[in-house]
Design a protein around this ligand. Structure first.
Ligand code: ZN
Length: 394
C-alpha cells in the first residue's frame, strides 16, 4: 500500500488527506467510494470493522475497535461528507489537495477530513501499542445535511460491543481546542393550507399567507421570550436560543386569496431549552388557529414536520474526565463552546462523555479556499500520541 512508503506520521497524514479530499462527496450523496478507500486501509492493517448502512445501502458509516474489549475506551469520530463548493469563489481546485506555505487547501481539509487522515495515519503506531483500554474509530456520512447518520452509528456501536466506551472526541475543526458545549439544532417545515377565493372575498375566506404571518410572529415572539436575560447562557453568542425563518413560498396571484403558504424555520437551542417543548407550544398555537379558521374554511390546515431528526445540544460539564484529558493532551487549560450543531450532542445523548477537538478552524470550513494548517495536523498527531499513551497505562 502506498502509505507504507511513509514512516513519518505527518507525511502519511498528508498523503491520506490528499486521497480523502479527492472524493467530491457532498452531504446527501452516496459515500461508498470514500468509505471503500478507508476500508482498504482497515483491511491492509487487518482490522475488523463494521458497516452501518442506510436503508438504500448507498451510504455507510464505519466503526472499528483497536485494543482489548474492555470498558473506558475512547471513540474518535468524524464525518466523511463535505459541503458544496458551487457558487463559491475558489481560486484553486477544491477536490485536489494543494500546498502553499504552511497550508493545505481543499474542500474538507479542515471540516473534517484532516482529523480522519490523522486518525488513519496513526494506525501503525496504534497497532504496535500495548493498549490497556480500546480506541474506536467512528466515521459517518450526511453530517452536513443534518447529522443524519449519527444516531444509527451511536446505536450500532452500543449493540456491537459488549464493553462500554466512556468517551467520544469528535474532530470538528476547533483549532485543537477543547469544546465541551454546543447549541442543538432542529429544522421544521410549516405548511398552511387553505382554499383559493377572489381577493375581494377575503372576509369570507382565510389567506394562507396571512396565517403564516401570524405563525411567524408567534415564532419571533417566542425567541424574544427565550432571550430573557435570566436564562441566558454566556458560553454562546447570542447567549440564548434562536428561532429563524429562512424561506417562505406562497400564493399564486395578487387577486387570489392564497391557498397555500410554506415556510422553513430553525431552532438553535442552548442546553437549558428543550426543542420539543418549543415545538409543542407552537403546535398548540397552530391548533388554536386551526379551530378558529375552520369556522370560516373547513379545509383549513397547518402541518409542521421536522426536516431531519433533532440534533441535541452538547453540555459536557467542564470538570469531567474527558475535558481534563483533552486539555492535557492539547496543552490548553480553557474549554470553549461552538455555535454549530454537531454529532457530539448525539454521542453525548448515547451516554458518552463527548467533546469536540480537531485540527483547523471553522472560519475556513464551508468557505472558498478551505485550508488546514500543517501545524494543526501536527498538533492533532501529538494529541493522538498522548491519547494512545494514556490508553496504554493500566
Ligand atoms: Zn463538520
Amino acid at each position: 500500500m502506498e502509505i507504507e512508503k511513509y514512516k513519518n506520521e505527518l507525511d502519511r497524514t498528508v498523503l491520506i488527506l490528499d486521497k480523502l479530499v479527492s472524493f467530491p462527496i457532498l452531504g446527501g450523496e452516496s459515500n461508498l467510494p470514500i468509505s471503500r478507500y478507508i476500508e482498504d486501509i482497515f483491511q491492509h492493517h487487518n482490522i475488523d470493522y463494521h458497516h452501518v448502512y442506510n436503508e438504500e445501502r448507498d451510504k455507510v458509516s464505519l466503526h472499528c475497535r483497536i485494543g482489548p474489549p474492555v470498558d473506558d475506551g475512547i471513540i474518535l469520530s468524524g464525518h466523511m461528507d463535505v459541503v458544496p463548493v458551487e457558487g463559491q469563489p475558489w481560486t484553486r481546485s477544491a477536490f485536489s489537495l494543494s500546498k502553499e506555505k504552511n497550508r493545505l487547501y481543499g474542500r474538507g481539509a479542515a471540516d473534517m477530513k484532516g482529523f480522519i487522515a490523522c486518525c488513519l495515519a496513526m494506525l501503525p503506531h496504534l497497532l504496535q501499542s500495548s493498549l490497556q483500554r480500546p480506541i474506536y474509530f467512528a466515521f459517518s456520512y450526511d453530517e452536513e445535511v443534518g447529522c443524519l447518520a449519527g444516531p444509527a452509528l451511536v446505536q450500532n456501536i452500543k449493540e456491537t460491543y459488549s464493553e462500554k466506551p466512556a468517551y467520544a472526541i469528535i474532530g470538528e475543526p476547533t483549532s485543537m481546542k477543547t469544546n465541551a458545549s454546543g447549541k442543538g439544532i432542529a429544522v421544521f417545515t410549516t405548511h398552511v393550507r387553505s382554499s383559493a377565493a377572489h381577493s375581494s372575498e377575503i372576509r369570507k375566506s382565510v389567506s394562507a399567507i396571512n396565517e403564516a404571518m401570524i405563525l411567524i410572529k408567534w415564532l419571533n415572539d417566542k425567541m424574544e421570550e427565550l432571550a430573557d436575560e435570566e436564562k441566558s447562557d454566556q458560553r454562546f453568542a447570542p447567549p440564548h436560543t434562536t428561532i429563524h425563518v429562512g424561506t417562505i413560498q406562497g400564493g399564486t396571484a395578487v387577486n387570489i386569496v392564497a391557498d397555500s403558504c410554506k415556510f422553513e424555520w430553525d431552532v438553535r437551542n442552548i442546553p437549558a431549552d428543550n426543542v420539543s417543548d418549543i415545538f409543542e407550544d407552537f403546535n398548540t398555537f397552530c391548533g388554536q388557529r386551526e379551530s378558529f379558521n375552520r369556522s370560516i374554511n373547513a379545509e383549513f390546515q397547518i402541518i409542521t414536520t421536522p426536516k431531519f431528526p433533532i440534533v441535541p445540544s452538547l453540555d459536557t460539564p467542564e470538570n469531567v474526565a474527558i475535558v481534563n484529558l483533552v486539555n492535557q493532551w492539547t496543552n490548553t487549560d480553557k474549554t470553549e463552546s461552538v455555535s454549530f450543531g454537531s454529532e457530539a450532542g448525539q454521542f453525548a445523548e448515547g451516554g458518552y462523555q463527548a467533546v469536540l477537538c480537531g485540527p483547523g478552524n471553522m472560519e475556513q470550513g464551508h468557505r472558498a479556499d478551505e485550508f488546514v494548517e500543517i501545524d494543526q495536523l501536527e498538533k492533532c498527531i501529538a494529541m493522538l500520541h498522548y491519547l494512545i499513551t494514556s490508553q496504554c497505562k493500566s
